[in-house]
Design a protein around this ligand. Structure first.
Ligand SMILES: [Zn+2]
Length: 273
C-alpha cells in the first residue's frame, strides 16, 4: 500500500503538507490556511479530517503555524506536536486557542529524539534559520514501516544550508520536500530583497538533492518537491531550471521534480514500499 503526499500550500503566504495512508494522515505545518480552505483541500484529496493523527511544526513563524492551524486542530481533536522553544512563541501569539488545546491535552512536546504518530516515525533535526524569532527551527525525516520495507520522506524548508549531518538524517528518502527559496543570480546581481539570507537557494537545494541521490546506490530518491519559492527573489521557472540543470550536470537521473504553489495544492505523489 502506498503513502501519499501533497503540499497543500507553500511559501511565505502559508504552509501545509499532508502525508497520508488510507487511515492515517499527518500534517506538517499549518499556517495561514483558513480552516474552511483546509477542509476543502483535504476533502478534495479524499482525506477525512477525523483521520488526521497529528500536526508537526517546523518552527514558530506564523506562515508555518498560526491561529488558523491551531483552530483546525481544536475543531477536530488533533494533537499538535511541537518543540518547547517553538511553543513558547506560538503560545504568546495565540494564547486563547492554545489554552483550549492544552485543556484538551492536545499539545504534545518533543525535542530531537524520534517519536511516533500512528504509523509514522518522525525524526526531527535542527536547521539554521536566522530570521526574527523563529524559535527552534526543525526539519523532519518521516518513515513508515511496511511489510515490503521502510518508506522514508524528508521535509526541510526555512533553512540557510544543508549540512552533512542533515544529509545523513535524510539518507534513503524516496521523496523530499526541499526549499528552493531564492536564486543566487538575483543576489549576485544586487536585486536580492529582504529575508533571502535565512533561506536556501535553488543552487544549494540542487546540490543537496544530488548529494542525497549519489549517497546511496541504487538511489532511492524518486520525487523532489520544490517548496517555499520566494515571489521576490525567485520564480518557479528559475527554481525548476536550476535544479534540472544541476542534476543533469552531475549525471543524476530518475528524479521527478514536483512543483508546489502558494494558493493551490500540488499534485499527489504516491510512494510504494
Ligand atoms: Zn520561517
Amino acid at each position: 500500500m502506498g503513502i501519499n503526499i501533497s503540499v497543500i500550500r507553500s511559501g511565505s503566504s502559508g504552509n501545509c503538507t499532508a502525508l497520508w495512508t488510507k487511515n492515517e494522515c499527518v500534517l506538517i505545518d499549518c499556517g495561514h490556511v483558513r480552516v474552511s480552505e483546509l477542509e476543502y483541500e483535504l476533502n478534495q484529496l479524499g482525506i477525512s479530517c477525523n483521520n488526521i493523527r497529528g500536526i508537526i511544526v517546523t518552527h514558530a513563524h506564523s506562515d508555518h503555524i498560526d491561529t488558523n492551524g491551531l483552530k483546525f486542530a481544536l475543531a477536530y481533536g488533533i494533537k499538535v506536536y511541537i518543540h518547547p522553544e517553538n511553543y513558547e512563541i506560538v503560545y504568546s501569539n495565540n494564547q486563547r486557542v492554545i489554552k483550549q488545546l492544552e485543556a484538551n491535552m492536545q499539545i504534545a512536546f518533543h525535542r530531537l529524539a524520534p517519536f511516533k504518530i500512528g504509523v509514522y516515525r518522525i525524526e526531527p533535526f535542527r536547521v539554521k534559520h536566522p530570521k526574527h524569532n523563529p524559535g527552534y527551527p526543525l526539519g523532519f525525516a518521516l518513515s513508515v514501516k511496511r511489510v515490503e520495507g521502510n518508506v522514508k520522506f524528508g521535509y526541510m524548508t526555512d533553512l540557510k544550508e544543508v549540512t552533512p549531518e542533515i544529509l545523513e538524517k535524510l539518507a534513503g528518502v524516496s521523496a523530499l520536500i526541499i526549499e528552493t527559496n531564492y536564486d543566487q543570480t538575483v543576489i549576485d546581481n544586487g536585486y536580492g530583497q529582504h529575508g533571502w539570507d535565512a533561506h536556501l537557494s535553488n543552487q544549494r537545494a540542487a546540490r543537496a538533492v544530488c548529494d542525497l541521490s549519489c549517497a546511496s546506490s541504487p538511489s532511492q530518491l524518486r520525487y523532489v518537491f520544490l517548496a517555499h519559492v520566494s515571489d521576490r527573489n525567485n520564480t518557479h521557472e528559475d527554481a525548476w531550471d536550476c535544479v534540472t540543470r544541476v542534476l543533469h550536470l552531475r549525471g543524476v537521473e530518475g528524479i521527478e521534480l514536483v512543483r508546489t504553489h502558494r494558493y493551490k495544492r500540488s499534485r499527489v505523489i504516491t510512494v510504494q514500499a
